[in-house]
Write a protein that binds this ligand. Structure first.
Ligand SMILES: Nc1ncnc2c1ncn2[C@@H]1O[C@H](COP(=O)(O)OP(=O)(O)OP(=O)(O)O)[C@@H](O)[C@H]1O
Ligand code: SF4
Ligand SMILES: [Mg+2]
Length: 329
């Protein structure tokens, strides 16, 4: 297996608010290997963006890290001083945000936005070389080089999202954190975007942390999947394993909710119930209230993330006595 570039170790993040403390990320560990794409999936509010933002030390107030470490090639990101951090962001790890309209400055032409990004990290570069670099990236992204001289409002949503990816890739970072990169796109543009991302992966070989609700997109891109629920990782495995043989009852429920065009389905399947309030996390398994397999221990003791069948991990008490998923036995 490729060397690991990013290690998140036992990370916990909270948001103190007026009614209590939102425990958004609880004791999460994730490893990202060079060149691989890891899909981080889970329902809304389970802590995915909080985790993604923390990797670049971009947590929004009042978010604070209360435990754990983030290591980039062994270097402690949380201990980085401002200058080191500025170099790290963009050069080593880049972030592609959800909404390109709010992430691009509407008053500034695209070439200026590229120049600003490039010059922070390559202070000696000439304007001509920087623009040539930006034009090359645009062409790689399937855009005409002249689009570099447009304002964001002159571009379609799909083009703006490509520009966001370009701004992420232009410094050739080792890791890209992409948070819901296709949410603002329609399905046709989204399909083109997925093809593009897969082509760019082959050329630039960044590791990608792909944060999304969209299991279809994860299936097209990710090598591995981490499933998050109520601030914790409940399952982790290769994309194939997780899709074809989900172990955690929550993962099974999520995959079951994806409409299958090969089956005659009269109505959409949904998962009953809602995730728990992260201000008052239950003492046992956070999925207990929605789980069809719940038993007494689940209500009192949080399940540890167990190694199952060598390469997989699952946080569910069922696997303490058996390695067979309950719906398969
Ligand atoms: N700035 C903030 N202040 C207070 N609470 C916050 C803040 N940002 C996020 N939260 C809370 O932290 C929890 C995790 O939120 P987060 O945005 O990380 O979830 P998510 O999995 O990315 O959700 P979505 O899929 O909707 O983007 C939620 O309960 C959310 O309400
Ligand atoms: S630990 Fe218990 S409640 Fe939680 S997923 Fe497993 S069986 Fe269900
Ligand atoms: Mg989010």
């Amino acid at each position: 297996m490729a060397e690991s570039v990013l290690n998140i170790e036992s990370l916990s993040i909270e948001y103190p608010i007026s009614i209590g403390t939102v425990r958004a990320v609880r004791d999460v560990s994730i490893e990202l290997h060079a060149g691989e794409a890891l899909g981080l999936v889970g329902e809304s509010g389970c802590g995915k963006s909080t985790l993604g933002l923390s990797i670049l030390k971009l947590l929004r107030p009042p978010g604070r890290i209360t435990g754990g470490r983030i290591l980039f090639r062994g270097v402690d990101v949380l201990a980085m001083r401002r200058r080191h951090l500025l170099r790290f962001r963009g050069n080593d790890v880049a972030m592609v945000f959800q909404n390109p309209l709010t992430s691009l400055n509407p008053l500034v032409r695209i070439d200026r936005q590229f120049l600003e990004t490039i010059r922070i990290h390559r202070p000696g570069i000439s304007t001509g070389d920087a623009l040539a670099l930006a034009e090359r990236i645009l062409v790689d992204l399937g855009l005409e080089a002249k689009r570099l001289y447009d304002y964001p409002h002159q571009l379609s949503g799909g083009m703006r999202q490509r520009i966001m990816i370009g701004l992420g890739l232009v410094l050739d970072p080792e890791v890209i954190v992409a948070d819901e990169p296709t949410t603002s796109l329609d399905v046709i543009v989204e399909a083109g975007f997925i093809d593009l991302l897969n082509r760019l992966r082959k050329k630039y070989r960044p590791a990608i942390l792909l944060i999304t609700h969209n299991l279809g997109m994860v299936a097209e891109i990710a090598d591995r999947i981490a499933v998050m629920y109520a601030g914790v990782i409940v399952e982790n495995g290769s994309a194939e394993q997780v899709f074809y043989e989900p172990l955690h009852p929550y993962t099974y429920g999520l995959i079951n909710c994806v409409p299958n065009i090969n089956l005659e389905q009269e109505k959409l399947v949904t998962m009953p119930g809602r995730p728990p309030d992260l201000v008052a996390v239950p003492p046992g398994c956070p999925f207990a209230d929605r789980c069809p397999h719940v038993f007494n221990t689940c209500r009192s003791t949080p399940p540890p993330l167990l190694d199952v069948r060598g390469s997989r991990r699952v946080a569910c008490h069922l696997y303490e006595s058996s390695e067979v998923a309950p719906w398969r036995s």
